[in-house]
Design a protein around this ligand. Structure first.
Ligand SMILES: *[C@@H]1O[C@H](CO)[C@@H](O)[C@H](O)[C@H]1NC(C)=O
Length: 496
């Protein structure tokens, strides 16, 4: 398993049965080419059919609109859909496509989704999405915005060809840039984004909007990840009490997101200067949600290692495995990493981590998580927590869940149990004890697991023995779908 991945919302795509995009496009063409099919005939007599069927459609719609017919609704709707599909008129109205570009640091990807009138995902051919990616990412063209934008052309063409011609002008296209562009200096990122906006305006037939091309910050990624997971679980469209909360532990930042009541949202404090609002409003599948969200920059797993090494004293860091004497590189800086002469010690490690988490920072709200950040007040939207990315990876590498599982229900205490074992391992033995762990992560396995436990318990205030769901992919129909942010962005784009 790679150790330097971006947060899970940034990872690749869903394509549950592999990447059959080309195949399926071929198939679509074939269907269209078959001579004198029913649809060809309909096409030919479309004019006549239109004249006949519009009154029929109107009658059916009237019947549908009459009260007390709920038992028939489904059948009537289906008939309307069938008829309108044959005529080729309003049928298009019940399919809605969305095109989402995920401009990550290592590459650019495009996702095309299709939704029906209930906002359920409709397979495009045999796939739940059309997915395509290229390398390198936009940030590799820091000095040439035009080349950056042009690098998206092949993806754009692929995406457009997946959308029926008459729906293209109604199909929203969005570009979300993440870690890579965020890190560029000066106005390089702005110039690249502007070139992408121009490209979409000039070369694409899709519905682009200047605001749809932007850098996503941690909160936005976290919000969309929350949308994706709750959407896939079938939780949207009801009340906030039906939703689950998420904790997403990426490399650079960790996000907590959960829905709160309207009342709680109206009493939410404003965030400290320079931070995003604590509460976002979102309209999804016909319901309005108030989403508490906070992204803790520098508390993703890889960034936290640097914070934890900084928090230790001259004698060494009690989270580093005995037998290791080296340094840790993060964001262009090097940190000395070695165990103190007294050895690795889980309790001492926990103490250093609590310090790094600024657990005792002044809390100016009713209740805080850590670093003086409002905890959102809790409530039903946080009762069920889905915990993702590095939480899943390390749990699998430590061996208390199976890497092949899509979800696993555990108790936070499992991280402490695993940490106990890890912290008592000599560096020389780690390869045998943790065979699935990447080479560069071996020295930090005690630190990572103690951090994960401490973050959940002391940081976010979870009970060590409550159930949490570790999640990698969510089942949707017969497929397993990666809980990535682009789907959440697509759902918001077609919901609004
Ligand atoms: C936080 O405060 C508590 C109570 O005063 C204290 O026992 C604890 O050591 C402090 N923790 C840190 C990391 O400063």
């Amino acid at each position: 398993m790679e150790s330097l991945h971006e947060p899970f919302m940034n990872r690749g795509s869903i394509s549950p049965t592999g990447n059959g995009t080309t195949d399926h496009l071929e198939k679509m063409k074939l269907t269209k080419a078959s001579p004198d099919s029913v649809s060809d005939k309909i096409e030919r007599y479309r004019g006549a059919l239109l004249v006949i069927s519009i009154p029929v459609l109107v009658i059916m719609l009237v019947v549908y609109a009459m009260p007390g017919k709920s038992a028939h609704d489904a059948t009537v709707l289906k008939e309307i859909e069938l008829l309108s599909r044959k005529v080729g008129v309003s049928y298009r109205g019940d399919r809605q496509y969305a095109v989402i570009f995920d401009a990550g640091s290592s590459g650019s990807r495009v996702h095309v989704y299709c939704f029906d009138r209930n906002l359920d995902l409709v397979p495009i051919g045999s796939e739940l999405e059309i997915f395509e990616q290229i390398k390198p990412g936009l940030s590799s063209y820091a000095n040439d915005p035009q080349a950056a934008a042009d690098s998206l052309i092949s993806l754009l063409e692929k995406a457009e060809s997946a959308v029926p011609v008459d729906l293209r002008s109604k199909t929203p296209v969005r570009v979300g840039a993440t870690a890579g562009l965020r890190a560029l200096e000066g106005n390089a990122a702005d110039r690249i984004l502007q070139a992408v906006r121009d490209l979409l305006k000039d070369r694409s037939t899709l519905k682009s909007d200047a605001n749809g091309v932007r850098i996503l910050d941690g909160s936005q990624e976290g919000s969309y990840a929350w949308v994706t997971i709750n959407y896939l679980l079938g939780n949207l469209g009801g009340t906030y009490k039906d939703t689950v909360g998420i904790v997403d532990l990426g490399g650079g930042s960790v996000q907590m997101a959960y829905a709160i009541s309207k009342d709680a949202a109206s009493k939410a404090p404003s965030a400290p200067d320079g931070e995003d609002n604590y509460v976002n409003q979102m309209y999804l599948k016909g319901s309005k949600y108030y989403l508490y969200i906070h992204s803790y920059l520098n508390y993703g797993l890889l960034a936290a290692r640097a914070e934890i090494l900084k928090a230790s004293d001259e004698s060494g860091n009690p989270c580093i495995l005995e037998g290791f004497d080296g340094s840790y590189a993060y964001n262009g800086k090097e940190y000395k990493a070695s165990a103190p002469s007294s050895g690795t010690n889980m309790e001492e490690c926990r103490r250093v981590i609590l310090k790094a988490l600024k657990i005792n920072d002044t809390c100016t709200y009713m209740k805080c998580t850590f670093g003086g950040i409002w905890n959102g007040g809790g409530g039903d939207g946080q009762k069920n927590l889905f915990v993702a990315s590095f939480f899943f990876d390390r749990a699998a590498q430590a061996g208390f869940i199976k890497a092949a599982d899509h979800v696993a229900i555990v108790k936070p205490h499992a991280f402490a149990d695993a940490a106990k074992r890890a912290c008592g391992t000599n560096y020389a033995d780690t390869k045998v004890t943790f065979p699935d762990l990447g080479e560069g992560d071996l020295a930090y396995i005690c630190m990572d697991l103690v951090y994960q436990y401490t973050l959940l318990i002391d940081g976010f205030g979870l009970d060590p023995y409550q159930d949490i769901t570790l999640v990698r992919q969510v089942k949707y129909g017969n497929s397993y779908v990666e809980a990535a942010w682009p789907l959440g962005s697509a759902i918001e784009a077609v919901s609004s």
